[in-house]
Design a protein around this ligand. Sequence first.
Ligand code: PA5
Length: 419
Amino acid sequence: MIDFKCSLGDFVKTEDFDAKVVEAQKFVAKAQQDDFGGWVDLPVRFDEEEFARIKQAAARINLDSDYLVCIGIGGSYLGHRAVIEALGGERGHTKIIYAGNSLSPRAMEKVLSELGDKDFSINVISKSGTTTEPAVAFRVLKQKLIKKYGEDGAAKRIYATTDARKGALHEEAVTKGYETFVVPDNIGGRYSVLTAVGLLAIAVAGIDIDLLMDGAEEERAALISDGGKAAEYAAVRNLLLEQGFDIEILANFEPQFTQFNEWWKQLFGESEGKDGKGIYPASVIDSTDLHSMGQYIQEGRRNLFETFVEIAADYEAIKVPTQDDNLDGLQYLEGKELDYICKTANAATREAHLAGGVPVLEVVMPELNERSLGALIYFFEMSCALSGFTLGVNPFNQPGVEAYKNRMFELLGKPGYEK
Ligand code: PA5
């Protein structure tokens, strides 16, 4: 179960906190009943037939492919990339690489050159099938696949995760006979990592998706009646925003969480940044970024707060070796676990930043494994929904994402988008 802690004496009054928590709690039922609230009950109500097919497809891909190219953008790839990297990367034969999350020709060249003449499969993930970035990448990579395996061979290596009934990719998959998985109608991209959108790549990476779902289920049980710790986090965020703290930095002392931070930024940014409102989500990986962003956080404009994601369990792996001299001044640390030094740096950073006027929140996962990560994902999803509703926005839509697309289509000359 995920724990949430805050020491906010100077920033938030207890009575305000209590009242805001009660406000946030009311939105659990609203999220559950929302047309896009399918993620709330997902851990206890997922399609078991599809879940089994995901595992079968993952096993097949590990047998016949050196690479799986995951094509998708935003909610269609950030979640599974976050999970795979947070848990230390691929454990099986197949290496996972990503395409269609930018329009960079250099990025595409890099993917093509890494693939070379290796065996590969594609998981194209797009609800609409017409999102420009993944659609362009799919064309390019499909051409390479067909050249290598022929039309029929290629079709057996394309796994399409898309709308169950309609859309360009759905139609193509039905026509060509690709194996398909479903992007549910009632779950938006940024809440979809525990659906087939995320699970196929995660399973291909050799990660136990049963345990991931178990963790989400346990966290759901902890939050479903009154929002639990997620309601507290949602309440504190809103109270801090009311006092002008409009930037939240997700801070993590584990570099494996770099992509998790990106997933979290989309979740909160796309959910809350609308109607002229929202907290701007930023992130750091410490202690690395203490040597670049630490100065600003300690002494810059006082409009930011930090949420530290911590792993409670100890990780006994590497100790500081002894040596004859003390030229580096490290004798006092000899024999100490690196994990102890890392955790101490984390505690020191929290204390220093708090003393510098930065409200500090802590989200604590018991350990770094599938179960805890499933719980953490569910905790943030619930917190985000409750926080967004408390803020007075719809945390499940993203109308602003269309603006750049419309202008891009006009400039590219897409029919129907002339000025
Ligand atoms: O969270 C979202 O809804 C977005 O990030 C979408 O996932 C992203 O824009 C991709 O859309 P599509 O799945 O239609 O290609």
